[in-house]
Design a protein around this ligand. Structure first.
Ligand code: SF4
Length: 340
């Protein structure tokens, strides 16, 4: 099916898919969820939709944070005929499904692929890496497919991917025989997440925004050293704050496990429900009673947004190690424990 691409800032959206989704569902009340930074394009998107499907549709923008599809709240979206969720793939840990939600890719189009791919090839050759796996985020799927085909036509063997990686989910079986795992994503969060799982592999970050190509082992080392320090500080805590998320970030199995372990060890705990968690929110509720916090919603909040908070704020995997007094000199191999 041919694409009808429209620009939203530096990104492209397939308007053909939007129109098909609206016409096929006969939706009249539509909720659009755009990632942070792109919400300002709602008027342009609205104009496009109305021009294509008619004026009698009501299109609302969801103004609440849309950091990931994990935040889709079925209760608040339930009153719409159709939810257009832009920029993220379906959340792999979601415990719900809804045919009313359509997931739409966004593709970043400012990456200058040719020079980035040439840089990557030179990097892989210098590391003698021939078998390659590729992971990426929603915004760089086309670039990643292009990387795959360019590598294959130049003698490399792509053994897996491109597959979509999330901060809390690494899709690859790390037993795969790859000399290098290429992570096509902006910033370091996703590459470090892959580096923690694939400890013995070369993890190469391709940043489409800066066009950097680099081995992330040094960043993984620095990151784990910083986090181990936080875990050591949390060993002193007699009382914990458990920060509980909402929608797909509500993880009752984790909350229950933390509560049980803390109770078994005669440690206090306090439960806080926080749909959006920032340093300001945490400072506002912080009490001298609490020695350490664990964020059970999004691991990125603990390792990025609250990494400089005055008290240790840990991911679930970090907190479980500390509370269970397991080997806290060794960093866990994931940010988030999987559902069980
Ligand atoms: S890393 Fe956070 S925002 Fe991203 S999918 Fe996971 S829980 Fe959601």
């Amino acid at each position: 099916m041919t694409e009808e691409l429209v620009r939203l800032g530096d990104y492209e959206l397939d308007m053909g898919r939007v129109v098909r989704a609206v016409l096929e569902s006969r939706a009249r009340r539509i909720l659009v969820q755009l990632p942070e930074g792109l919400k300002r394009h709602y008027p342009a998107l609205l104009k496009c939709i109305k021009e294509r499907v008619g004026l009698d549709v009501e299109v609302y923008l969801d103004a609440s944070p849309a950091y990931g599809s994990c935040l889709i709240d079925l209760e608040s979206t339930g009153s719409y005929d159709l939810v257009l969720h832009v920029g993220h793939d379906p959340y792999p840990y979601a415990t719900y499904s809804s045919s009313k939600i359509v997931f739409l890719d966004l593709e970043y189009v400012g990456s200058e692929p040719e020079s980035t791919i040439s840089k990557l090839k030179r990097f892989l050759r210098s590391a003698s890496a021939v078998r390659v796996a590729i992971v990426t985020t929603n915004q760089h799927k086309k670039l990643s497919k292009m990387i795959r085909s360019e590598l294959e036509s130049d003698g490399f063997s792509v053994v897996a991917g491109p597959a979509v990686v999330l901060g809390c989910y690494v899709p690859l079986d790390m037993g795969i025989a790859a000399d290098a795992i290429v992570v096509v994503a902006g910033g370091f969060f996703h590459a470090i997440g892959v580096g923690m799982v694939a400890r013995n592999s070369l993890v190469v970050r391709v940043d489409p925004y800066t066009r950097d190509v680099s081995d992330v082992s040094r960043e993984v080392y620095r990151f784990t050293s910083r986090r181990l320090k936080k875990m050591a500080e949390a060993l002193e805590a007699r009382s914990w704050g458990i920060l509980v998320g909402t929608a797909g970030q509500y993880r009752p199995w984790l909350v229950g496990r933390l509560v049980r372990l803390l109770s078994e060890r005669d440690l206090n705990y306090y439960l806080y429900v926080a749909p959006v968690l920032t340093a300001e929110v945490l400072r506002n509720l912080d009490s001298p009673e609490v020695g350490a916090y664990v964020v059970t919603s999004c691991p990125r909040v603990a390792v990025d947004d609250l990494s400089d908070f005055e008290k240790p704020v840990l991911t679930p995997s970090e907190a479980l190690r500390v509370i269970e007094r397991l080997d806290v000199g060794e960093y866990p191999d994931s940010f988030l424990e999987k559902p069980y």
